[in-house]
Design a protein around this ligand. Structure first.
Ligand SMILES: C[S@@+](CC[C@H](N)C(=O)[O-])C[C@H]1O[C@@H](n2cnc3c(N)ncnc32)[C@H](O)[C@@H]1O
Length: 262
């Protein structure tokens, strides 16, 4: 497993400087990189102690701080943590903290408890062990805390991305092994060629991992839009989400969930 994590660490590091530049430009002109949907679902987070898992170069972490949360970002990649601290300093967000860690090991080195564990947009697929991830989430939550997760819907993950909006099954829904990718990124800056590994999980596996770790799913929402632009054939809706018009109200592309301590 370690060689997969190492490959992903190297792979994401190639994007860190470009992401810093791209997110700095975005956050200099706009208050937030969070979508309307996320802001609505999170509600009022002023004063909440929040930990952001897989924070990349900290753009969403900074957006959450601007919403009034007391934030800590965690990412695997030292270059991401370096640029996250730089981005926060550049934008005058002085109280954001950043920790370099594999999220599957955070419970071994960090004992603080949080009101909110936040993790969104391209996260679960990088984790080789969902049960271990869920135990780490549980470890970070205080008694009234909750997890907020928003990610690609597992059913969306089966489609051949090059064929969409035509529906061609390319990846099995019931997937047990790592997928090797040759390219990384592309959603904030140009994609780079770098070997990486990812995993698909079913809806059942996600819910079961959280439940077995001691969490209670309060709600799980499914959406007919994607949170990023995958293809030129998508159109943007009024909330900044990306829709394939022919699949509107027909297929799930994104899901979010809130889980509390049981
Ligand atoms: C698609 S990005 C997350 C998107 C993020 N919302 C953003 O704004 O860029 C995935 C992130 O997960 C991080 N990552 C991958 N595997 C990880 C792991 N095992 N532990 C911690 N972070 C990890 C990568 O370094 C990368 O920053």
């Amino acid at each position: 497993m370690d060689e997969y994590i190492e490959a992903n660490r190297r792979s994401w590091a190639t994007l860190a400087a470009d992401h810093y530049e791209a997110f700095k430009a975005r956050l200099s002109h706009s208050e937030s990189t969070l979508s309307e949907t996320q802001r609505r679902e999170l509600g009022d987070i002023r004063g909440k102690k929040l930990i952001h898992l897989q924070c990349n170069t900290g753009a969403d972490t900074i957006s959450l701080a601007r919403m009034g949360a007391r934030v800590t970002g965690v990412d695997l990649v030292p270059e991401n943590i370096h640029y996250a601290r730089k981005l926060a300093a550049d934008l005058g967000v002085d109280d954001a903290r950043f920790i370099e860690s594999n999220v599957l090991e955070i419970m071994d080195k960090h004992d603080e408890q949080y009101d909110i564990v936040y993790t969104t947009e391209g996260v679960l697929c990088w984790l080789p062990d969902l049960h271990l991830w869920a135990r780490n989430v549980f470890h970070l939550l205080g008694p009234d805390g909750y997890l907020y997760l928003l990610d690609g819907h597992p059913f969306f993950m089966v489609w051949d991305e090059e064929a969409l909006p035509e529906l061609v099954v390319r990846y099995p829904y019931f997937h047990k092994t790592a997928d090797r990718g040759e390219w990384i990124g592309g959603y904030a800056s140009e994609a780079k060629q770098a070997v990486n590994y990812c995993w698909n999980y079913t809806v059942g596996e996600i819910v079961t991992a959280l439940s077995q770790a001691g969490l209670h799913i309060e709600w799980l929402h499914e959406f007919d839009w994607l949170y990023y632009q995958e293809s030129e054939k998508q159109v943007e809706d009024q909330d900044g989400n990306w829709i394939f018009a022919e699949h509107r109200e027909r297929l799930p592309f994104t899901f979010s969930l809130k889980a509390t301590i049981r």
